[in-house]
Design a protein around this ligand. Structure first.
Ligand code: ADP
Length: 276
């Protein structure tokens, strides 16, 4: 699979008050993510997930090593414009990502910065709002939207820029269950339409929706496996401080007992349906 994100021997530390302190948040990270993959990066709080995510669009640069996005090194200043167009980032708090007083203007904001012509802009806004299920709300004030709708609006702003990769950094953690469901469904449909998805989360339940799961702890990648392998191998995630979701535990037990399941299970409901 052709890589779109390549991380080679990356070390990173935040500039410390005491420059003699050699505290590396990320230590010798190597990683390749292919076009169209749906990858979850999971790990305990403070393990370096957000730091790594911010490197994918050049918000942070490695102290050592290299990150390439679609073949372009993030450390080369001239590449940053293209890299930021290629990699869209969705953060935790939708309120911090909304900048305009109407839904339409909010989606238009990034496009204006890109210098997209008016006619093209209208098309992109309509398409992006449709993709996130907010068509018809163009004139609404973002302030009055629900948490899930606000987050979908900030995702529309990113989609309008036609990124090849969207990185979700704890993008559901401030949402109520309904809002969370809306955003998780949207992530799945983005993946289905061919966008590369990187989903940073501390929730194992959310991580198990991805096709490939990376566990990061203590600044290093501890595991990097397809989800289905994690099911089969009953790998102990608890040692990284992560709780294995109940449907996954049940699935693993059934596999151990030789009970075949046709496909993965995403939820307890899926599992119950398959057992029936
Ligand atoms: P995670 O996303 O896994 O919770 P982070 O990447 O946010 O982890 O943080 C990794 C480590 O880097 C933590 O110890 C955190 O305190 C530290 N850190 C994060 N941001 C900064 C910053 N801006 N300045 C200094 N230290 C930071």
């Amino acid at each position: 699979m052709e890589p779109i994100i390549q991380v080679s021997n990356v070390w990173f530390k935040y500039p410390g008050e005491d420059p003699s302190v050699e505290y590396f948040v990320l230590r010798d990270i190597n990683l390749s993510i292919g076009i169209g993959e749906y990858v979850a990066i999971i790990g305990p709080n403070g393990s370096g997930k957000s730091t790594l995510a911010r490197m994918f669009n050049g918000l942070l640069l490695p102290n050592q090593g290299e990150i390439k996005i679609a073949g372009l090194a993030t450390t080369t200043l001239e590449n940053l414009w293209d890299i930021r167009k290629t990699v869209g980032m969705v953060f935790q708090n939708p309120d911090n990502q909304i900048v305009a007083t109407t839904v339409r203007d909010d989606v238009a904001f990034g496009l204006e910065n890109l210098g997209v012509p008016r006619s093209e802009m209208q098309k992109r806004i309509s398409r992006a709002l449709e993709a996130v299920g907010l068509s018809g709300m163009e004139e609404s004030a973002p302030h009055y939207l629900s948490g899930g709708q606000k987050q979908r609006l900030s995702i529309a702003g990113i989609l309008a820029m036609q990124p090849k990769v969207v990185v979700f950094d704890e993008a559901t953690s401030m949402l109520d269950p309904q809002g969370r469901k809306e955003v998780l469904n949207l992530i799945a449909s983005l993946h289905q339409s061919g966008t590369t998805v990187v989903h940073i989360t501390h929730s194992a339940e959310e991580a198990f929706l991805a096709k490939r799961i990376l566990v990061i702890a203590k600044g290093q990648i501890q595991l990097d496996l397809p989800r289905d392998e994690l099911y089969k191998q009953s790998i102990n995630l608890e040692k990284w401080g992560l709780e294995v979701p109940l449907p996954v535990q049940l699935h693993q037990r059934l596999i151990k007992r030789g009970i075949p399941l046709t496909d993965h299970v995403k939820s307890t409901e899926d599992l119950v349906m398959q057992i029936w």
